[in-house]
Design a protein around this ligand. Structure first.
Ligand code: FES
Ligand code: FES
Length: 153
């Protein structure tokens, strides 16, 4: 099996990956980073969202071998020095989850939104987060959390 090098959350890892192995399965099964979730497996739900060079991507649809030169950030890589990322803290403060399955993907998308637009309107949030699905329907709290993280609360 080919060996590839992935840079995940600031660390380089050598992993064995078949040519068609997804980044999601490689993160979860080989690196033990199970915060990134498998939902639909078809690029439709956003549960598997990670950042590639700061841009959200559906890791279920990205071959691991195609991202060897990119910086991969997962939900495990957001906290710094024992402190949660402000978006993580806002999700906790607003209790913006029920089962929590969608939450890592929601947070990764929200991090990018706020990195590119520090004070998004509700419409901006709705539009940007539209591809992330929450089966529990906690959308109002997710909106509130992103507003809070953006300093609007
Ligand atoms: S699991 Fe990747 S988008 Fe649903
Ligand atoms: S909190 Fe359950 S899917 Fe979103």
């Amino acid at each position: 099996m080919p060996t590839i090098t992935l840079t995940v959350n600031g660390s380089r890892h050598q992993v064995e990956a078949e040519g068609d192995a997804s980044l999601l399965s490689t993160l979860r099964n080989q690196l033990g980073l199970t915060g990134t979730k498998y939902g639909c497996g078809e690029g439709q739900c956003g549960a598997c969202t990670v950042l590639l060079d700061g841009v959200p991507m559906r890791s279920c649809r990205v071959p691991a071998a195609s991202v060897t030169g990119q910086k991969i950030t997962t939900i495990e890589g957001l906290s710094q020095n024992g402190h949660l990322h402000p978006v993580q803290q806002a999700f906790l403060d607003e209790e913006a989850f029920q089962c929590g399955y969608c939450t890592p993907g929601m947070i990764m998308s929200a991090v990018r939104l706020l990195n590119s637009n520090s004070a998004p309107s509700d419409e901006d949030i709705f539009d940007y987060m539209n591809g992330n699905v929450c089966r529990c329907g906690t959308y109002p709290r997710i909106m509130a959390a992103i507003r809070r993280a953006g300093g609007k609360k």
